[in-house]
Design a protein around this ligand. Structure first.
Ligand SMILES: *Cc1c(COP(=O)(O)O)cnc(C)c1O
Length: 348
């Protein structure tokens, strides 16, 4: 434990995280509902996310790389599974063979390597049209995976967040492979895929974004609760006189006198420059617009309407993911995964 208190933090709502998982689990119907916790749990802190979701009953977790798996392995309870989505490179083999996590094999090379080493249970990724990772759905998948002990056979949807023909195509291609390739379980749907109905659920779903408060499809709005609120401390309060400019490149010039607060938050913390002149902090229900350009570690908000705010006070940053996405031009995914290492992460 460190005693040092950072001047910026993420307030993380553990009840909302669990409620989001329970909703996704319910919508997944008979399928089990797992959790994608790669990229440090989409920026929230993978350990804190995993612990809370295990307690709620989640048994299947997904990360991208073996470094992520190593950090989480000590937290794994009995009966919990951790899959490494990016498979197993030569450099990963030693760790993978002694790990409780499983690789998601996606190339003939990886399959050969795993088989030769007598690697044990594994997952396999099939590419059904995204052309990212996985065995080509047009190839003889059954022949390629013969002899493997496949725990989860999976594929990933490219356009689940829009009503695209590709969704149905990928689903049908995956269903055909399910019929031909034995595995203990089959898995296709991410957050948006879960909202597309039972035809997409198979045995196991793999939400990420929606767990953390992202709304992947309109159907989920009203069910998904926000989880993350960035908060930053006021380092200085100052007055702009009409004619003064503020920040790098003087992009804002006061046409009247203003009171501003300088907050300890900037683009190095994932609060990117797209929020310049568009984002806001909140003092209760009062919106305090960001003025001028967001700096690396600092930004300015207009506080003329909040005369009591002073140096040392904390402000919430407006971070409704759909609104912040529209305001900044960043995706909801980027808004979460960009939240950097300098925040204290405080679960409530
Ligand atoms: C990231 C990821 C997920 C989760 O996707 P969301 O859109 O965040 O729900 C599921 N499956 C795979 C293979 C992924 O890479």
């Amino acid at each position: 434990m460190q005693d040092h208190v950072a001047p910026l933090r993420l307030r993380l709502d553990g009840d909302a995280l669990v409620a989001n998982w329970r909703w996704l689990d319910g919508v997944s119907g008979a399928a089990a509902c797992g959790a994608a916790i790669k990229a440090n749990g989409y920026g929230l802190g993978a350990g804190g996310v995993m612990t809370r979701l295990m307690q709620a009953g989640c048994r299947d977790f997904f990360v991208s790389n073996w470094g992520e798996a190593a950090a989480l392995e000590p937290l794994m309870e009995e009966g919990v599974s951790l899959s490494v989505l990016h498979g197993v490179r030569r450099e990963d083999m030693a760790q993978a063979l002694s790990s409780r996590a499983r690789p998601v094999l996606s190339t003939p090379e990886q399959i050969g390597r795993w088989r030769e080493a007598g690697g044990g249970p594994c997952d396999v990724m099939i590419d059904t049209g995204m052309n990212r990772l996985g065995l080509d759905w047009r190839s003889d998948v059954a022949a390629q995976v013969r002899g493997l002990r496949i725990e989860t056979l999976m594929s990933h949807l490219a356009s689940a967040d829009e009503d695209a023909d590709l969704n149905r195509l990928q689903r049908d291609r995956f269903a055909a492979i399910r019929d031909a390739v034995p595995a203990r379980r089959y898995s296709l749907a991410n957050s948006a895929g879960i909202c597309r109905g039972h035809a997409y659920h198979f045995d196991l779903t793999r939400p990420g974004l929606a767990l953390y408060g992202g709304v992947p499809l309109a159907e989920a709005a009203g069910h998904i609760r926000p989880v993350v609120t960035p908060q930053a401390q006021i380092l200085q309060r100052r007055r702009l006189i009409a004619g003064d400019s503020i920040g790098y490149n003087a992009t804002f010039t006061a046409t009247r006198d203003h009171e501003v607060a300088i907050l300890n938050l900037g683009y190095a913390d994932g609060y990117l420059r797209g929020f310049s002149g568009r984002g806001a902090a909140m003092a209760g229900h009062t919106r305090l617009p960001v003025i001028g350009r967001v700096s690396m570690d600092l930004l300015a908000v207009e506080v003329s309407d909040a005369p009591d705010l002073a140096e040392g006070d904390w402000l919430d940053i407006a971070y409704d993911l759909r609104e912040a996405s529209a305001a900044s031009g960043l995706s909801q995914y980027e808004l979460l995964t960009g939240l950097g290492a300098r925040y204290d992460r405080a679960w409530t």
